[in-house]
Design a protein around this ligand. Structure first.
Ligand code: FAD
Length: 446
């Protein structure tokens, strides 16, 4: 197989990159799952935008403060300055954001934002954006999609990328020769026992990067959400019980139905308090009581949460629900520069799998969709400029499928590599949140 650009991943980063590449480039987009199963489809809260110059300093400061000032200030500046243009582009694709009666954009606010600067579409902003990007991309004649097609490895030599090895839907292997490869494979939640991410997102690009000495950054910067609905079904993704529920008065209880913490602590400290309580009680969850919010507000503000709990057998109007902290977002990733270039030539990365320094140690709410779009577009712009491409057909020819014959083992090794990198960056300390047990072959998760 041959293409100009291979994009690995069909979330907002992969799709927007494809849309921003010129028509004459032949593009191949692969996704290991189906087109609906990306975290981009799950984003609830919204997407940030610099609404006017007067908010610049405050938006910048909120992002830096949330990131413990470990952010790359230049990256933060790029993201904020580009945001109005990105939003204009999304609106031109038909994305509908909530508006005021006079037609102007309506902005909302989330934790750690000192101003209202978040655009939203009900509580399904990610789906609204991703669906429109997908529709547009599907219309492009120069783009071919391959669902249930997995990047297994990169084909590279002397720090230059020439393509990738793919496992196709029927289980066969293919080599694809590409002038440029863009990694847009999302987060790592699939390796954790509890995560809000799709189970299939197992940090594959990171493992492959480690195998080929491609630089990573801050692999231990992992955001944990303190309250997700507890389920003992391993295959289930954790459902978010939004922070605003606690903001509206929901309380947390131990196994004796007694409060044990301040529910409005920052995410990391609250997760710690919940983990401690679970350990003390010997339980896999704590209780969250939504009744103090009141029936009217619950129905009006949180219909999805009410509905999900009901589906899981809990009536939030009459009883508490079980909640547990879960892995939510990956701030670290494959190191990229301000244009989305990795440390390997002809290889780019964008979205949650990349680390461009925007988020520092902790992501500010609703910055990730924006950051993914900004860097996807920057990578596309640079690829379009068409730097001189090195090709190596002989290397493609020589590449053997032998190392991938035992896929379950290959994937298990991948996950071990990612976990070891996280531990190494964490100075040998074990992570705050448990990994998924690997008793079943990992291929089951894909
Ligand atoms: C529940 C939830 C709520 C969120 N809410 C918000 C919010 O309100 N605002 C916000 O800004 N952010 C939010 N986020 C974060 C945001 O959704 C993600 O960071 C962002 O969508 C990541 O986009 P992406 O394109 O990098 O990855 P994804 O959208 O996850 O896409 C990854 C793609 O890569 C593919 N892939 C992975 N590995 C391989 C492989 N080996 N081979 C082939 N394909 C592969 C996947 O199949 C998928 O198509 C939320 C996340 C979750 C989970």
């Amino acid at each position: 197989m041959k293409t100009d650009v291979l994009i690995v991943g069909a979330g907002v980063a992969g799709l927007y990159c494809a849309l921003k590449l010129p028509k004459h480039k032949k593009i191949m987009i692969i996704t290991k799952s189906d087109l609906e199963s990306s975290d981009s489809m799950l984003a609830q809260g919204g997407i940030c935008m610099l609404k006017d110059e007067s908010d610049y300093d405050s938006y910048f400061e909120d992002t830096m403060k949330a990131g413990h000032y470990e952010n790359d200030p230049k990256s933060v500046e790029i993201m904020i300055r580009t945001s109005p243009d990105i939003i204009e582009d999304l609106v031109s694709y038909g994305v509908r954001f909530a508006r005021n009666l006079d037609g102007s954009l309506d902005f909302t606010r989330e934790g750690a934002h000192s101003q209202k600067r978040i655009l939203y579409h009900k509580d399904v902003t990610g789906k609204e954006i991703t669906t429109h990007l997908l529709d547009k991309t599907l219309q492009k004649e120069n783009v071919t999609f391959y669902e249930h097609t997995e990047m297994v490895d990169l084909i590279c030599q002397d720090n230059t990328c020439y393509g990738a090895v793919l496992r196709m839907q029927d289980g066969s292997f293919e080599k694809v020769e590409a002038d440029n490869v863009v990694l847009a494979t999302g987060g790592i939640g699939g390796i954790y026992e509890h995560s809000t991410n799709f189970r299939s997102l197992t940090g594959d690009s990171l493992a492959i990067a480690i195998r080929h000495h491609i630089a990573l950054e801050h692999a231990n910067y992992i955001q944990i959400h303190p309250t997700t609905f507890y389920t003992d079904k391993e295959e289930d993704r954790s459902f978010l019980i939004s922070e605003s529920v606690r903001g509206e008065g929901a309380l947390l209880y131990d196994k004796h139905m007694h409060r044990f913490t301040n529910e409005l602590l920052p995410r990391d400290r609250l997760s710690e308090a919940i983990h401690k309580q679970m350990e003390k009680d010997g339980t896999p969850f704590v209780w969250e009581d939504l009744r103090p919010i009141g029936e009217v507000t619950l129905q009006r503000h949180f219909p999805n949460i009410v509905e999900h709990c009901e589906k899981m057998g809990y009536d939030v109007f009459s009883e508490p629900i079980p909640v547990v902290p879960a892995q939510h977002y990956f701030m670290g990733g494959i190191q990229v520069d301000h244009e989305g270039r990795t440390s390997m030539k002809q290889l780019y990365a964008a979205g949650e799998t990349a680390c461009n320094g925007v988020h520092g140690k902790n992501r500010l709410a609703s910055n990730s969709l924006l950051e993914s779009l900004v860097w996807a577009r920057r990578a596309a712009t640079l690829i379009a400029l068409g730097a001189e491409i090195k090709k190596d057909p002989a290397l493609i020819e020589e590449t053997s499928f032998e190392p991938y014959q035992d896929m379950a083992q290959w994937k298990e090794e991948n996950i071990t590599l990612v976990k070891e990198e996280i531990k190494r960056e964490n100075n040998g300390r074990t992570p705050a949140i448990a990994y998924r047990k690997m008793a079943e072959p990992l291929s089951k998760a894909v």
